[in-house]
Design a protein around this ligand. Structure first.
Ligand code: NAP
Length: 217
């Protein structure tokens, strides 16, 4: 049984947990307040799930999901995530996260910054342009003409391959938008992000190509 460590048990972390369990994975899931605060979610998810600290989720997962907004100072367990593929769902929202000059200036994408925070991990941007509830409802069988597609961006091909398999199991096609320097193309406000509810793989590839980088002074 493959175990996924999920850090972040909010809207997106809990939905990825539901979809993962429905597809035969076990999950170890964490929030910021401690495993005892996750009992209700664990009761709902059933025996394939258990709660842990963030370090515990990272250590127990064969790969990990970080479904937590990025902070200026790293708050993710870098040591326990070392050597692992880490799916990063983060969308940079300055109104929520505060301004990060290195991102606003275009020097780094938000996911390059996560990669810098977790230098021994293999970061892959994933699940960022789908509304959390749709992860368990919008999937379709492979080959369906209206199957939706999601993007993945990484500096590590094996990380994109893992996300491609996971997306396929959850019912989505993949558009590879690598490397991480290109990951801004699927960020908030971009065509691929806006069109998330009705985007086949061909649509998504076209929308990623139409993206215009936003640089703030
Ligand atoms: N919601 C969506 O539909 C959606 C879709 C795509 C991408 N995203 C992006 O994914 C990220 C997460 O979004 P969300 O909507 O799931 O947020 P959310 O509902 O606010 O959940 C955030 C989760 O992160 C946990 N957390 C925060 N700091 C932590 C830490 N240091 N260690 C462990 N856990 C920590 C929180 O725990 P506590 O509650 O205990 O503080 C909470 O469980 C954001 O960047 C968001 O933009 C969201």
């Amino acid at each position: 049984m493959t175990v996924i460590g999920i850090i972040g048990a909010g809207e997106i972390g809990s939905q990825i947990a539901r979809a993962a369990i429905a597809n035969g994975y076990d999950v170890v899931i964490a929030n910021s307040r401690g495993p005892e605060t996750l009992q209700g979610l664990i009761d709902e998810l059933g025996p394939a799930a258990r709660a842990a600290t963030a370090a515990g989720a990272a250590a127990n997962g064969e790969f990990a999901v970080v479904a937590v907004p990025l902070k200026v100072v790293n708050d993710m367990p870098a040591e326990e995530l070392a050597g692992k593929i880490v799916l990063d769902t983060n969308n940079y929202m300055a109104w929520r996260d505060g301004h990060f000059p290195v991102i606003d200036s275009g020097e780094k994408t938000v996911h390059e910054l996560r990669q810098a925070h977790l230098p021994l991990s293999k970061i892959v941007k994933a699940f960022n342009h789908i509304q959390a509830p749709r992860i368990t409802t919008a999937g379709k069988p492979a080959g369906a003409p209206d199957r939706l597609a999601l993007s993945a961006s990484s500096d590590f091909p094996e990380a994109v391959e893992l996300v491609t398999r996971l997306y396929d199991q959850f019912g989505f096609d993949t558009a590879d938008n690598s490397p991480l320097t290109e990951s801004w193309r699927s960020g908030p406000g971009q065509p691929a992000w806006v069109a998330h509810e009705h985007q086949t793989r061909a649509d998504l590839i076209a929308n990623l190509a139409r993206a215009q980088r936003i640089i703030l002074d």
